[in-house]
Write a protein that binds this ligand. Sequence first.
Ligand code: 5GP
Length: 347
Amino acid sequence: MHIEQDLKLGFKDVLFRPKRSTLKSRSEVSLEREFSFKHSGRKWSGVPVIAANMDTVGTFEMAEALASHDVLTAVHKHYTVDQWREFTSRVDKRLLKHVIVSTGTSDQDFEKTQAILAQEPELQFICIDVANGYSEHFASFVQKMRQHCPNHTIIAGNVVTGEMVEQLILSGADIVKVGIGPGSVCTTRVKTGVGYPQLSAIIECADAAHGLGGQIVGDGGCTCPGDVAKAFGGGADFVMLGGMLAAHSESGGERFEKDGREYMRFYGMSSATAMKQYAGGVAKYRASEGKTVELAFRGPVENTLQDILGGVRSTCTYVGAARLKELTKRTTFIQVREQENNVYGKE
Ligand code: 5GP
């Protein structure tokens, strides 16, 4: 048995230290980034925020709404090939550069992904997603996908440590998805005791990925625009959001009224709710590692997106970063024991 002594940090443990800056207003800040990907050789430019591949978040409707702001959506894996065909033939082709096809690691998932990609050449991104990215089978699946799709940009995860980031990049991933346990509807830490505070995971994994010319997505745990900024400040190239984009007009899931107010159900992809829907129930050998919650309905996602991006732009002005790309360089985190003042309740 071994105990690592240095304290690992989550978003709630730090704040940005403000720095002198020549920027006058947040309208001077650009959140656009351009990336060149290691294996696919492709370039992508846009705002590096990704809607999570959950069936309540990564819908076609979400993809259309976010793509018009140059934001990415990892579309969930439960749409059929026909639904994909209908979607890709309906929307403006230029939006498709911000759309990611998600897949699991079964033979069926592989075949379906090939079929979706074969019918639409504008789809550039594949997200290979498993709860636990540490299995040998996962790295071999990434290798197989890389061999079959040499020109697609592959996102693979989830992991939280540098050595596994390196292995996935060497197996053919361009971008590694980082996060085990921080999610808003995730119960992995409770059910298994496994996890890694998300800010430290991002800092350590970004360092490993950048050393090999790869990128990372910080996935999970952002509860407010300030957390999104902290993820970027810690070195995340992309930030993936579930809960913050759930319960909007473009989100998936049941919408219902209770005591005169509108709500939407939001649940983890390994929750009993999701497993009942897609796998006919919770298999005997596994525990559900996600929960189901009811969120107040929040209207069109555009307003929330403006709030998030406005917050990150403002962070950039506080530390003097004219472009999002400069945020990490300009970041000094201070460790804290307090965050916001909740004397009149939470916002
Ligand atoms: P959020 O932004 O809501 O904090 O986190 C979203 C992320 O939580 C997703 O992208 C995914 O990685 C993770 N997630 C989604 N559903 C589940 C689940 O049922 N169990 C676990 N452990 N993680 C989940």
